[in-house]
Design a protein around this ligand. Sequence first.
Ligand SMILES: Cc1cc2nc3c(=O)[nH]c(=O)nc-3n(C[C@H](O)[C@H](O)[C@H](O)COP(=O)(O)O)c2cc1C
Length: 182
Amino acid sequence: MQTLEAIHKRCSLKLHLSKKPVEPEKLEQVLEAARLAPSARNLQPWHFVVVQGDEAIEELALAFSESNQVVREGSTLIMVCAREEDDVSPGGRPYYLFDLGLAVENLFLAATDLGLCTHPILSFDEDEARRILEIPEEYRVVLATPLAYPAEASYDEAAVDKLGERTRKDLAEIIHYGKWGS
Ligand SMILES: Cc1cc2nc3c(=O)[nH]c(=O)nc-3n(C[C@H](O)[C@H](O)[C@H](O)COP(=O)(O)O)c2cc1C
């Protein structure tokens, strides 16, 4: 798959997920894509906690609200963490969050390329997730994503393509050539 195709195909899953295990080689490829992301001063502030196994996922799901229980469906759940104290921004704009965003998008595109589903989720009980996963206090638990195959019963290539037709603002609404008003 070409990069542009993966960009077009990636979508936060609106399908059900399969418990089919993600092969270790695929997991490694996806994490490697995240590892290669750029970061401010090359600080690479990210840590990824990979949660697998029904029991561990069920326990972690307690940190998620009713509307985000999709996290229970897949075979793998990844929690993305970083320390605020590693932030190198001069103030105002926390660079480490940009760094995490870039790493996560790399991870998403690699997953799409390998036929895996992802879904960024930020709304969860951070303290509860930190406690369950024994993440050190100084780390923020910023984002969660399932990494899983789509459930076969719900998988239909045409339907997935259709889901990929996103609601996005027109380019004209967000691009300013030269000056803002143009
Ligand atoms: C920073 C961020 C936080 C998000 N948090 C949640 C969330 O808590 N729950 C959820 O269901 N989706 C969440 N999403 C998914 C977005 O709703 C989704 O990316 C958006 O609707 C665009 O859809 P697409 O990813 O399929 O293109 C989040 C996405 C981002 C980028």
